[in-house]
Design a protein around this ligand. Structure first.
Ligand SMILES: Nc1nc2c(ncn2[C@@H]2O[C@H](COP(=O)(O)OP(=O)(O)OP(=O)(O)O)[C@@H](O)[C@H]2O)c(=O)[nH]1
Ligand SMILES: [Mg+2]
Length: 343
């Protein structure tokens, strides 16, 4: 005999005090019998002990919302919910719909702006755009997807923190600037050359953008095997794989800024300071602003902030669409939209 019921998590996925699982369909009471629950009339609200295949389960608040719709209010533990869902429907709780996936990503959004942009997708912005493209002719659908992809790429710094490395000679003021950007005395600073040896990483917000900021050992001639030499090598390696490197240039420093790095003169108040220098020790806020002014325009973020606009927030969604658009077959774009809408 076939079974006709579905389970759906009504609360956002992730750890929580309480989770609400809806069981709905003509066979709802047959499903609930699997966890030891007897039929009750519409409107009933009761505490019920759940019986799972492996033994006693959670205690649930059971609410019969309608003829074929029952809510179970249980503790919001992932493993317990999975066990309950397996007993009821034979599958784990998995956010499969576009909106459910957006809700899941929302919990881990690394910035306020990123969270608000993802929230719009949880509320249906992406689905609405895809539905309108689904009814367009294939040429317009492809053009619409190209715009969606370009826009989504432009917004990625709000979802995927960029890496910014502070590099430069010893005593350039890297750690002082690091503290200014983090907002408190996170690392030791001193006029002793070679104070920082290890690499230190902290998540900061530069304007609206989440950044993983990394302080590194200062550069000067030392043996490769020394602790300082190993710290310098680690810093070089991190700078090579970073999105951005700020090369701090103290007064009197003549070594040229390495290719690809952005020069930032420091210690403006000292003799021999280079033009445009910051002073992280005397003006932390002004120095943080100077870093914003150097980095943010380079990110090419859309302006004004694209509140409510549809976008692909998952890297896999973007690479998948990229591959689809690389295929010249016109039907690919339509097929991609259908696939996304079915999720
Ligand atoms: N006068 C002046 N001193 C500063 C400024 N910024 C930092 N300093 C001082 O310069 C010294 C070195 O600063 P740090 O931030 O430790 O320099 P660093 O580049 O991290 O040095 P290492 O870790 O040794 O590579 C400290 O005594 C700071 O207080 C500034 O803007 N003006
Ligand atoms: Mg330092």
């Amino acid at each position: 005999m076939g079974s006709d019921w579905q389970t759906k998590l009504l609360t956002p996925p992730g750890p929580a005090g309480v989770a609400v699982l809806e069981v709905a369909g003509p066979d709802v009471w047959r499903a609930l019998a699997r966890i030891g629950l007897a039929e009750r009339p519409v409107g009933a609200l009761a505490l019920a002990a759940l019986q799972l295949p492996n033994g006693p389960g959670d205690e649930a608040l059971l609410w019969v919302r309608a003829e074929e719709r029952v809510e179970l209010h249980v503790h919001g533990s992932g493993p317990l919910l999975d066990e309950l869902s397996l007993a009821l429907a034979g599958t784990r709780i998995d956010p499969v719909g576009l909106e459910d996936r957006a809700f899941q990503a929302l919990a881990a959004a690394p910035s306020r702006t990123g969270a608000r942009l993802i929230l719009a997708q949880a509320e249906g912005a992406l689905r609405q755009r895809l539905e309108s493209l689904a009814s367009a002719d294939s040429r317009s659908a492809r053009a619409g997807l190209e715009t969606l992809l370009a826009h989504s790429r432009a917004c990625t710094p709000w979802f995927s923190p960029q890496r910014l490395v502070l590099q430069g000679p010893v005593n350039a003021g890297k750690s002082t600037l690091f503290n200014a950007l983090v907002g408190y005395e996170r690392v030791i600073t001193s006029d002793e050359a070679g104070t920082t040896r290890d690499a230190i990483i902290e998540r900061i917000q530069l304007g609206t953008v989440p950044i993983d900021l990394i302080d590194t050992a200062g550069l000067r001639a030392v043996t490769a095997e020394s602790l300082e030499g190993r710290g310098q090598a680690l810093g070089q390696w991190l700078a090579q794989s970073a999105d951005w490197t700020l090369y701090l240039v103290p007064p009197g420093e003549r070594t040229p800024c390495p290719p690809g790095a952005i020069a930032l003169p420091t210690q403006a108040d000292r003799p021999g300071a280079h033009p445009g220098a910051i002073s992280a020790r005397n003006d932390p806020a002004g120095s943080a602003q100077a870093v914003c002014d150097l980095i943010l325009p380079r990110l090419g973020l859309p302006e004004p902030l694209p509140w409510g606009e549809p976008l692909l927030w998952e890297p896999a969604q973007r690479t998948d669409l990229e591959a689809t658009l690389a295929d010249s077959d016109r039907s690919c774009a339509q097929a991609w939209i259908t696939r996304m809408l079915a999720r």
